[in-house]
Structures are given as C-alpha cells and as structure tokens.
Design a protein around this ligand. Sequence first.
Ligand SMILES: *Cc1c(COP(=O)(O)O)cnc(C)c1O
Length: 384
Amino acid sequence: MSTTAQPFLPLTRPTIDEETINGVADVLRSGWLTTGPKAKELEAQLSAYCGGRPVRVFNSGTCTMEIALRIAGIGEGDEVITTPLSWVATSNVVLEVGARPVFVDIDPVTRNIDLERIEAAITPRTRAIIPVDLAGLPVDRDRLYAIAQKHGLRVVEDAAQSLGSNWAGRKIGAAGDFVSISFHPNKNVTTIEGGCLVMNDEREAKLAEQYRLQGVVRTGFDGMEVEVVGGKFNLTDVAARVGLGQLPHLETFNTKRRELARAYFEAFDAPAFRGLGVELPPRDFAQSNWHMFQIVLPEQRLNAKRAEVMAQLHAAGIGTGVHYPAIHLFKVYRALGWKDGDFPIAERIGRNILSLPLFPAMTREDVARVASALTTILTVHSKA
Ligand SMILES: *Cc1c(COP(=O)(O)O)cnc(C)c1O
C-alpha cells in the first residue's frame, strides 16, 4: 500500500457545477423557495426524457413508491412481490400502505430479483411486483412484464438507482408501468433529496399531486377540497433547480462511470486478484448506468470479516459501503415471521457485498489505487 498521504477517496461524491450553484442563488433571491416554476420545469424535462409520459417530482424517491401503491389501490390484505436485497425503503413502503411484502430470492449473478422464482410466489392476494435495478443493472423488462401481464399485476419499478440505464435500448422510465426514481445525493443525478414518479396517464398524475400535498385540490381563487388523505411530499424549487443543473450532465456522468467500471475490470483481471475468488458484477456496458461497482467477498476463503476489510481500506484512505444487508433479517421483518435461511442467496450476498468508490469526478488512478489496496488486504487475509 502507498505510504504517501493522499486525499481520502470517498465512496461517492456528487458533481455540482458553478452554473447550478449560481442558479440556486438566483432561486434563493427570487422570493419563491418552495414548489413552483422550477419544479414544473424539472417535471417537463423529465417527462420529455421519458418519451412524454407524465412525471411528477417529490421530496424523496421513497414516497413515490408509496404513492404509486396508493394510486394502484394496494393496501390491507394485498401482497407485493419484491427483492430482499435492496435499500429497506423498497419493502418499507409496502408495509406503510398496510400490505405484505413477499420476498423472492435473487439471481446471484445480477443480484436482482430472480425472475424464474416469481411465479411460484404469486397467490390470489398478489397485486404488484416491485423489482429493483441494483447498482443500475436493469431487471429484464420483457420477462418482468410478461409475468405481470399474465397474472394481471401492477409493476412499480424501483428505478431509484437506474436513471440513464436502458433495457434493450429502451430508456428506463420511457416504458413500463409506474417507474420510481431517486435524486438522493448518492444517485447518478441529484436534487439533494428528491425523486420522481413516472405514470401512465393524467388521472394517475392528478392523484399523485393529491397524495403529494395533503390531498388538496384547488379551484378558482378560493376553492379548496380534500378528496384523499395525502402527505407532505412536495419538492422545493431550490432542490428542483439543483436537478435542472444536473440533468444536462446525465449522459456524460454515466459515460464516465462506465469508463471507470471498465478500469475496475481491467485492474481486477490481474492474476494476483483473480486468484482471490472475489465475485465481480456482470460486465454490462450497454444497459447499466453503473450507479455502483459492487464486489462480493469470498467469505469461505477469508479469515477476516467484511467490516475488517472496510476498516483497512478506510485506513488506506478509501471509503466503501454496503448496499445492502438482506432486508428480511432486520428486526422489524423478523418480527413479521422471516428468519435466517429464508433467502440464502440474498443472505450470503448481503453479508459479503461491498461497494467500491465510483463517481464521475474519480480518475483511473483512483481506481488503480483501490484495486491495489484491495488486492493487498485480501491477499493478507486469504486462507492458505
Ligand atoms: C435510494 C433508494 C431508494 C429511496 O430513495 P430516497 O430518495 O432516498 O427516498 C429506494 N430504493 C433504492 C433501491 C434506492 O437505492
């Protein structure tokens, strides 16, 4: 490992240009801070990106999935099929609307929900599927929608991580049923906090607007009615202005991410690394937006736990992350009946997955530094 002091390399870092910073200052000076013209403009641009489908913006990606479930009328007594290897938001929203998540184990190669196993999990109560494009690698949309159509199920695509990805050349968001996207600072483009929901028609978009702000519908100068119980999920114009400054860079950001992912593969193809038994992600340079570069540590072959590997990388000036531990083993989910061994693939990968630094401002030298430090640390901890 290098002994020269280098700046800490974080897991991720957003790139915000001066034009955006100045634009945010203008919004702050404008006298209108909360939802207004900038939010509308962001919605129009996102809708154009999604081939003209209706899009509404919100203050998180999480709430867009909850609202999609509400628009679909999913609640008490309903079941929603999803993956146990995701940010816990994916299944929390199902509980939030009073329905029950039904987990289906993952494909160990893509680390996404195993489409082969979905039909066996469908019951008369099943109403929807929430697939997740982990790390931006898209779930097979053709097979997914074939299953949904055959069984009359809604789909809420948790595309929080996959803006800029495509399936067979079709942009994520431009096709399908509900599509939920997040603009958290770790995602490929950000509004600080925020998200958007892509819908099918104006009726759904009107309902989304109601759920977004207390259920209120206004008419004329003084008319107000409340038809559904909504929440407080609107995106501020300050945040929307950040998003307007980010969207023009989506393609260049993702091109840079793809190049860095290629650099990781080149470094990891070195014999010293290949012998360690680390599982690499699929080499998809056509469809994925490379939201993350995630490896899976070979737990049987290491005499160190993931946390020790992370601590040693941290000591070498390198940030890493875990995305994610298996959801069904959290206390809240165990209390609902799930236990160890229910989804063995998601459990093994959840214990051993490790996200490496990847963001547009990174360099190939940074990638080389991560690969070198990781090779040294894993070699030291390899069982004979
Ligand atoms: C980020 C993320 C979310 C939630 O997005 P927020 O904007 O943080 O609410 C949901 N699902 C997945 C897979 C995510 O990565």
